[in-house]
Write a new protein. Structure first.
Ligand code: ZN
Length: 145
């Protein structure tokens, strides 16, 4: 039952990604690539006074990578950079640790199941690695390999 709900969220966000497209006036940007699956993600952020005012992404990839990027942008809009860094760490824990904490992660918790599939972990984390680059090293191109 839970799994069906999770699959529905992933399907919904992969078919109709939120915050999709270029962001005019972005002041932070990075590109990510997952060669294993062929997923690509370009992330655009408008950050002011330490807060993410706008965030959008472009790219193409599998359902997991697209839905992860879509849900990530939903979760991060309006957050501070410090909160974004915290969420980044929690998400990486979620998909790599055996007993991650899922409280307060909201819909992002749907990705807990991918940790059993190492190849899919790269799909699910691509947008987040790209986020890290956009926050710490804008203009960077990151690869999951
Ligand atoms: Zn993928």
């Amino acid at each position: 039952m839970i799994n069906e709900l999770y699959q529905e969220i992933i399907l919904d966000h992969s078919k109709r990604p939120r915050n999709f497209g270029r962001l005019e006036g972005a002041n932070r940007q990075a590109r990510g690539h997952n060669p294993l699956c062929g997923d690509r993600c370009t992330l655009f952020l408008k950050e002011r006074d330490g807060r993410i005012e706008e965030i959008r992404f472009e790219g193409s990839g599998c359902a997991i990578s697209t839905s992860s990027a879509s849900l990530m942008t939903e979760a991060l809009k309006g957050k501070t950079v410090a909160e974004a860094e915290q969420l980044l760490k929690r998400f990486l824990d979620l998909v790599t640790k055996d007993q991650p904490l899922t409280e307060d992660l909201g819909k992002l918790a749907v990705f807990a199941g991918v940790r059993e599939f190492p190849a899919r972990v790269k799909c699910a984390t691509l947008a987040w690695h790209t986020l890290r680059a956009a926050l710490r090293d804008p203009g960077a191109v990151v690869s999951t390999e």
